[in-house]
Design a protein around this ligand. Sequence first.
Ligand code: SF4
Length: 306
Amino acid sequence: MKVYFTSDLNKADLLFMAAGFSKLIEPGDPVALKIHFGEPGNTAYLKPEQVKPISEKIKGCGGKPFYTDCNTLYRGPRNNVKDHLKVAKDHGFTLEDAGAEALIPEEDDFSTIEVNLKHFKKVFIGGAAARAKVLIALSHFKGHDMTGFGGALKNVGMGLGTRMGKLRMHQDCENCPQAKTCKKNQTIESCWVGPPALVQEKMAEYAYGATKGKRSGYINFLTNVSSNCDCYPSNTPLIVPDIGILASFDPVAIDQASVDLVNKTEGPLKGEDKFKTLYPEVDWTVQLDHAEKIGLGSRKYEIINI
Ligand code: SF4
């Protein structure tokens, strides 16, 4: 699959056009821009000025872009709509950036999508994104302690799951000694019991559900490539200098290409596989393999420099 690349961080709009993303959009289409607004205290998240050129291009194509994300499972200001929207606003995401306010669905605003895969028969996807025919994932690429790295698959899979969906992805009730007394399936509380491989496979299945039947594109920003995710309330060390921006219609190819680019870039973190150096217990290939197996895309790719 083709993965378009620019090392010029000011060329996100040109990358959008070169990758052919305009063909995703018909005039009048609402276009969901899936983004992580960043946990307060963390500054590595994608900034409005990085993504605004993309929303401008979408508007130029006649689309109606809006930012969207779903609430977190863990406690914090992004686990409820009111405070989540305040975080988005505090981090500079405004009405002018996209065509509409950020849309964060309440927990009861979701679509149940049939997937019939290994772990899930159905998945729970946040309503705002589920209703849009066009989905463009704007992903900050970085390391992650549960999935090795976080890119397009994680942004769309974990990110667009409702809080109940996120619980389903993280739990492993069949193998949990607390299963008889646990009430988390009723209360929707944090559970981090599922091992990394299981969580990654489940996350890929949610990504499948979140994109099923949609016109989708993926843009990965290899900037502020931190060792851990944007959900932490403080920064974690950067593992390489800024590399550039990637765009593809294939979430598997773009994540594989992002891993490879990070691994071949000299930086503060050494090692042939920087994500393995960071998280030796995590096999990050699982998310890519499972995503490929269920038909989300291909680990084989061709880089097109623009
Ligand atoms: S702690 Fe988590 S894995 Fe264990 S029973 Fe409760 S929800 Fe399931």
